[in-house]
Ligand binder design. Structure first.
Ligand code: ADP
Ligand code: MG
Ligand code: MG
Ligand code: MG
Ligand code: MG
Length: 632
């Protein structure tokens, strides 16, 4: 979560009085930043990852693995290092929506030297080791996108009971106590979504119909009128923000050298989101049931969908979803869906020198209401503060985020890549992070062009979430990504007919394997990265690390290595306690969590996921690389 101001949150009734105030000042704050730093040049590439973790408490006697609600106790201890010496901290820790979640990032972003790619994994490992030392016996910090029994009876430690009649979340399944209690933002976010919408959110995931799954499968509404109205046959039903925001993801933020480069990266990485999300798929189970989906994306979208029924005709998407418009020069002609924006703010941006595409993007963010306003943060100095802008920015959760520099800071224009699910091991999480960093370099160096119409990007995001999308589905993708004149000799490309000098983009459907590994007609993302690496000087050790990462991505795309989601499905299917009824019992859940912890801690091999162990541990990193770098 982006903005974490301290203070007293207004109730939703009070927030509504300030919605216009916040939007009005958000625009001014953006204009101020834009005009001050739009010409800023020569920031260097920096990047950093964010990993969200869940806390699991095992009870080996009872064979149970529950979510441990201790993040608020652990966070202040985890943050001590940062508070004492922010410049030297090796890792930074932040609260997340749920009381069992923690977000960890490297202490400092990494720089542009290629050898930084060699220490990403060890920093991730050190981060988890550091946190793990603070945990109780039988408590573990686990990299897992969705806890399988989230919302099942007594899924937390300590246990709490959900009661839709008496709780503020009104959830049939998710007790109020599971929301992170240490910061008022999270409670108020959930309250505002619920109150703004006027009824509970409704999340539906098609259940996987196994031989013993009831037909039709129909949830019990427990007498709740919202549930009675929302429940659909053959769908797992979930009813509050926690089911989405209680999931974990892997994000990567890049700093670009200037605003144009940031805008280009934002656009060019957007069409990459669905295929990478499909490869990272890790959430086949929701609320204790096997489903037809492998990713969390739509679940989160629905979990924070604060639109009122009467708004849905005009505003087609939840405030969490795929981007609605590109923002780089080339992107304009691919903006083929209607972008809803507030004309008043658009005009204001335009009259202050902001171009059409950027004005459209910003005024589109402003169609949403702020969800949380702190009473101490209403009247701000728009020259010094960007809180109102960040307030709306940080509650427009899209697959890409365009991050303007904070006022008066040394930080440059950044973009964030947000679709990935969390992998079990640091090896895998580092592989995805390094892959996307390298791809961003290749895009910029070769001037690659991945743009497809936004409507096709939307379609791909839906496709990517389907069960086993990597092996079963095909995605819209640009075949002609390579621009002429970039010296990509040896890469075969078909000539596209030119009419009146205008070259129609060639957009075809490809399997993940083709996108990543290439074919006769398409160079492939991994071969492009390899070609780029050959053209630069990379020390042998870093080369070796990178090749293991690219191998993982390549084999995931081929289907030779399983996605986490497929691996979890196989685990359940082979479990002696599984009754082929789509249900994940406490016992299956316990064995699954145990196995994931063993894999994460390298106690057992799991070649089906990533082959032989080839993890980068500190002892393997050459001293020259470690020197002057933030690896602990
Ligand atoms: P948010 O939660 O809003 O996405 P965070 O503050 O949690 O943002 O940080 C996101 C990531 O950005 C972290 O990995 C951090 O290391 C990285 N980061 C910080 N400063 C920069 C920078 N100047 N350029 C690129 N990445 C940065
Ligand atoms: Mg986060
Ligand atoms: Mg963060
Ligand atoms: Mg982030
Ligand atoms: Mg949108």
């Amino acid at each position: 979560m982006g903005l974490l101001s301290e203070g007293t949150p207004l109730t939703w009734t009070e927030v509504q009085k300030y919605c216009e105030h916040v939007r009005h000042h958000a625009v001014i704050q953006f204009i101020n930043i834009y005009n001050k730093v739009k010409d800023r040049q020569n920031d260097c590439l920096k990047f950093g990852d964010e990993i969200e973790y869940i806390l699991i408490k095992f009870d080996h006697e009872r064979r149970s693995a529950k979510l441990s609600l201790r993040a608020d106790i652990l966070l202040p201890i985890l943050q001590e290092e940062e508070h004492k010496n922010p410049a030297k901290a090796r890792s930074l820790w932040r609260p997340e929506f749920a009381a069992y979640m923690i977000e960890g990032t490297p202490g400092q972003p990494y720089g542009s030297l290629i050898s930084y790619l060699n220490i990403v994994e060890e920093n991730m490992r050190a981060r988890r080791r550091y946190a793990q030392k603070l945990l109780e016996e039988n408590e573990h910090l686990v990299c897992l996108t969705t806890y399988p029994r989230l919302g099942c009876e007594l899924f937390s430690d300590p246990p709490h009971e959900a009661n839709w009649r008496t709780s503020f979340l009104k959830s049939l399944y998710f007790p109020d106590e599971v929301v992170f209690p240490g910061h008022p933002r999270f409670n108020q976010l959930a309250r505002s979504v619920l109150e703004r919408r006027g009824k509970k959110v409704a999340i539906h995931v098609p259940i996987l119909k196994d031989v013993n799954t009831p037909t039709p499968f129909i949830e019990d509404d427990q007498g709740d009128p919202d549930a009675a109205q929302a429940i659909k046959p053959d769908h797992v039903y979930m009813d509050c923000m926690g089911f989405g925001m209680g999931n974990c993801c892997l994000q990567v933020t890049f700093q670009a050298c200037n605003i144009m480069e940031a805008r280009r990266l934002y656009d060019q990485l957007a069409p990459i989101c669905p295929v990478v999300m499909a490869l990272s798929a890790a959430s086949p189970i929701f609320r204790g049931y096997l489903t037809e989906r492998d990713c969390r994306w739509n679940v989160i979208g629905d979990s924070v969908d604060c639109r009122r029924d009467e708004e849905k005709g005009r505003i087609k998407k939840s405030r969490y979803g795929t981007i609605d418009c590109y923002i780089s020069e080339k992107g304009g002609s691919f903006n083929d869906i209607e972008v809803v924006y507030d004309k008043k703010y658009y005009d204001k941006l335009r009259s202050h020198g902001v171009d059409h595409l950027m004005a459209q993007h910003v005024s589109h963010l402003l169609i949403r209401d702020p969800l949380v306003i702190f009473s101490e943060k209403i009247d701000l100095n728009d020259e010094e503060d960007s809180d109102h802008f960040e307030n709306l920015q940080s509650t427009n959760w899209h697959n890409m985020r365009f991050k303007p520099p904070p006022p008066n800071s040394s930080i440059g224009w950044r973009v964030e890549f947000r679709p990935m699910e969390i992998q079990t091991t640091e090896f895998e999480n580092a592989a995805f992070t390094v892959f996307i960093v390298l791809l961003s370099r290749v895009i910029l160096s070769y001037g690659l062009d991945f743009l497809i119409p936004i409507s096709k990007l939307d379609e791909n995001m839906e496709t990517a979430q389907k069960r086993d999308a990597v092996r079963q589905e095909r995605f819209w993708f640009r075949q002609d990504v390579v621009l002429e004149g970039f010296g990509l000799n040896g890469i075969h490309r078909e000539d596209t007919p030119k009419e009146n000098g205008y070259q129609e983009p060639k957009i075809v459907k490809m399997e993940c394997n083709e996108v990543f590994n290439g074919s006769e007609r398409f160079p492939g993302l991994i071969p492009l990265i390899k070609k780029y690496l050959k053209s630069m000087e990379v020390d042998v050790d870093t080369q070796c690390t990178i090749s293991h990462y690219l191998n993982l991505i390549s084999k995931r795309a081929k289907g030779e290595f399983l996605t986490t989601a497929t691996w979890i499905r196989n685990f359940v299917n082979n479990h002696p306690g599984y009754k082929k009824d789509s249900k994940i019992s406490d016992e299956i859940n316990y064995d699954l969590m145990r196995r994931l912890v063993e894999i994460q801690e390298q106690k057992i091999d799991e070649p089906a996921l990533f082959g032989e162990w080839c993890s980068k541990t500190k002892s393997q990193i050459p001293r020259a690389v470690l020197r002057n770098q933030c690896c602990n």
